[in-house]
Design a protein around this ligand. Structure first.
Ligand code: SF4
Ligand code: SF4
Length: 86
């Protein structure tokens, strides 16, 4: 039996819960490469999380950044993303 994962969005807390630490960012783009939600975008010589409403809180950007340039936190109540299987 095939099981599909659904991602639904509902009004949740938002805000800048993921930030780039500009002094640490070297612009390698690994955060953007591993983000499945196109949150990270280039901005000059660095990358920024600009589409945070699309974030599903997977933590990949924080995990792959080798320069400690991702300030990652989860907003209280989540971002308004709900996963379900069925
Ligand atoms: S992975 Fe880290 S150092 Fe590389 S662009 Fe993203 S935030 Fe900057
Ligand atoms: S937590 Fe995941 S979905 Fe959100 S910005 Fe980072 S890699 Fe993208």
């Amino acid at each position: 039996m095939k099981v599909e994962m659904k991602v639904e969005y509902y009004p949740g807390e938002t805000g800048e819960f993921i930030k780039v630490i500009e002094d640490n960012c070297v612009g390698c783009g690994e955060c953007a490469k591993f983000c499945t939600r196109d949150v990270w975008q280039p901005d000059g010589a660095i990358f920024r999380p600009v589409n945070l409403k699309q974030c599903v809180e997977c933590g990949a950007c924080w995990n792959v950044c080798e320069y400690e340039a991702v300030d990652f936190s989860e907003p209280k109540g989540g971002t308004g993303v709900r996963f379900s299987y069925g």
